[in-house]
Ligand binder design. Structure first.
Ligand SMILES: [Zn+2]
Ligand SMILES: [Zn+2]
Length: 245
């Protein structure tokens, strides 16, 4: 079994332990592979909840040493990042992909650049505005991110609806677009084991629209060693939620 989507202490909202503790636990659980995808920094550090840009080299080189030290498990190095058109234009995703150590970028759209306004972001909008519009902003950013060709998989696609109560036709339409765009790009949709533990983050209505043969990946989204272990042991049970057939 592979453990995909693990964070590290550098993001500031994960357990403060060395990366090696995740590797040791993954080995003891009998996992074959572990994928680190901590939140990617952006130049100038405009966002919180992630490592500083200056820590990127150290993140990559620390994981690279662990990769060389542990032969009993395959360690993969990735970064979880939002898609922002402004940073695409300035070549940042190309830069990240040109580095030799990161193997993948995971598209995790936690916020969005405001349309037509580079360097203005959804988190600056009012709560009322976001309650109504956040899923459209995040959904459109995901579509652009999928089409950009920079990313390997779509993390927690159903989380864009975290502020929505009633399921609407518009939500259904944007879900269908995301599912179709991912299929066209050959990108897996992530069934996020953290989302399924929180009623507002997991949307069964979204997963009902995903065809049985669509590419999927299981994401742990672990922010602590205990979470990783818990989700490893619970995965079989939790994953049933994502397959409403
Ligand atoms: Zn996080
Ligand atoms: Zn994550």
């Amino acid at each position: 079994m592979e453990i995909f989507h693990v964070h590290t202490y550098r993001c500031g909202h994960a357990e403060n332990v060395p990366d090696e503790e995740y590797v040791k636990k993954a080995v003891s659980l009998g996992a074959d592979e572990i994928w680190f995808t901590d939140h990617a920094p952006f130049p100038g550090d405009p966002f919180g909840s992630r490592m500083n840009y200056a820590q990127l080299d150290e993140y990559l080189s620390t994981l690279f040493s662990l990769k060389q030290k542990y032969t009993e498990i395959r360690i993969h190095i990735g970064l979880e990042a939002e898609y922002f058109p402004g940073f695409d234009k300035s070549g940042y995703y190309d830069y990240l992909r040109s580095l030799d150590k990161p193997e993948i970028l995971l598209l995790g759209q936690h916020m969005a650049e405001m349309p037509g306004t580079p360097h203005a972001y959804s988190f600056s909008e009012s709560r009322e505005y976001l309650d109504e519009n956040e899923y459209r902003l995040l959904g459109n950013a995901i579509l652009q991110g999928i089409r950009s060709g920079h990313f390997y998989a779509v993390a927690h696609p159903d989380r864009i609806f975290r502020r929505c109560n009633e399921w609407t036709e518009d939500m259904e339409n944007i879900s269908i677009k995301i599912i179709q765009a991912a299929a066209d790009a050959g990108m897996p949709l992530e069934m996020n084991l953290s989302s399924v533990e929180s009623p507002e983050l997991y949307r069964k209505e979204f997963w009902r629209l995903v065809p049985e043969n669509a590419k999927r990946i299981t994401g742990f989204d672990a922010h602590s060693v205990d979470q990783m272990e818990y989700r490893f042991n619970e995965a079989a049970v939790r994953l049933r939620e994502f397959r409403p057939f």
